[in-house]
Design a protein around this ligand. Structure first.
Ligand code: ACO
Length: 327
């Protein structure tokens, strides 16, 4: 069976920087607390006029250029997001309109911070099972600044906005490159550990705007993130008969430096193999992994033929891992 390759990649983070010093002026926190508990120094925030679809389009244009294909060659758009522009239609439809490609299928996928890994699994299956489809645009984008409670110091320091995109296609020359495997999972018993109420909630008229923001049980999320991401790394390596030594670069979900260090210790991955950019981005949710892969490639931390392992964790709770032989 032919593999699906990453034909192009691109990412975009907004210009507006929100530093820990800025947050010191907004809530009762300190730069020292944020850095020591999370590793985050600053994050990028969208302007009021910059929507999830806008940052998605910026990332998508770069991915299309990197793949060397025209907008009209895209056969499907999937946007992984939990911060859509509208309740409906899908942000993917708005992206389609803004990019200028019409009549192709478009939909959003909701798996919080694991959304991008889920979306590449879905896109890969479209490509492997539908010969008419040649290029799928997969975007991971979130504008968490729109759902964060800016008076809650335990969550507002963690998140940033951003978007990352890939163009996936079947490998035409059997190069050995491509997506080797994807593993995804969820545990709905942990829904209340990390959530944001939606418009379908009962008694919506009784719910204040503030109660429609992100809510999180930080310690429970911390524990589950380490447990689930370590396990999914071990499972995907085992079922592909690979060892951590075979992996050139690990791209973990960029939520918290202490979570990443704990996973590295537990699974036996050297810290040099871990790509980390959360100092500058914060947790960008579904965008975290594609932004990190793009930056790792640009920094030449990933070379042609390298095996990369991306691993995610998010609300749901959801988790996922992808093994990719870089083109
Ligand atoms: N500044 C100063 N003090 C703070 C802040 C802050 N920003 N936030 C919380 N505190 C205080 C708390 O009020 C508490 O004070 P108390 O002891 O007087 O009650 C104290 O710091 C300790 O709070 P904890 O919650 O126990 O702090 P902890 O060391 O667990 O760190 C953190 C909190 C960083 C949120 C941690 O639990 C964590 O990283 N959890 C995972 C969060 C995460 O990654 N979420 C997203 C993953 S999934 C996704 O990406 C959607």
């Amino acid at each position: 069976m032919k593999r699906v390759i990453v034909k192009g990649i691109g990412s975009h983070i907004p210009d507006c920087v929100l530093s820990n010093a800025d947050l010191e002026g907004m809530v009762d926190t300190t730069n020292e607390w944020i850095v020591s508990r999370t590793g985050i120094e600053s994050r990028r925030i969208c302007l009021d006029t910059e929507m999830t679809s806008d940052i998605s389009c910026e990332a998508a244009k770069k991915a299309l250029e990197n793949a060397n294909i025209a907008v009209c060659d895209v056969d499907l758009i999937i946007v992984a997001t939990v911060t859509p522009d509208m309740q409906f239609p899908a942000t993917a439809c708005i992206v389609q309109e803004k990019l200028g490609c019409v009549d192709i299928p478009c939909f959003d996928l909701s798996a919080a911070c694991s959304g991008f890994i889920y979306a590449i699994d879905v896109a890969r299956n479209f490509l492997l099972n539908n010969p008419v489809m040649k290029n799928v645009l997969v975007i991971g984008a979130d504008r968490f600044s729109s759902i964060v409670d800016w008076e809650d110091r335990s969550t507002c320091v963690l998140f940033g906005d951003g978007a990352g995109a890939v163009v996936l296609a079947r490998d035409t020359d059997d190069s050995g490159a491509g997506i080797l495997d994807v593993l995804i999972g969820a545990d709905g018993r942990c829904v209340r550990d990390l959530y944001c109420l939606g418009w379908g909630v009962a008694d919506i008229e009784k719910i204040e705007k503030k109660d429609r923001c992100v809510r999180m049980e930080g310690r429970a999320v911390f524990r589950e993130a380490i447990k689930r991401m370590s396990a999914v790394i071990e499972d995907i390596l085992l079922r592909n008969e690979l060892a951590v030594e075979d992996v050139a670069c690990v791209i973990p979900h960029q939520a918290n430096m202490r979570i990443i260090t704990a996973i590295a210790d537990r699974v036996g991955i050297s810290e040099e193999k871990m790509f980390i950019n959360l100092q500058r981005t914060g947790n960008t949710s579904a965008a975290s992994i594609p932004i990190a892969i793009d930056e790792a490639v640009q920094a030449e931390r990933v070379q042609s033929g390298d095996l990369i392992l991306a691993v995610s964790f998010g609300g749901g709770i959801t988790w996922g891992a992808a093994l990719v032989r870089w083109k």
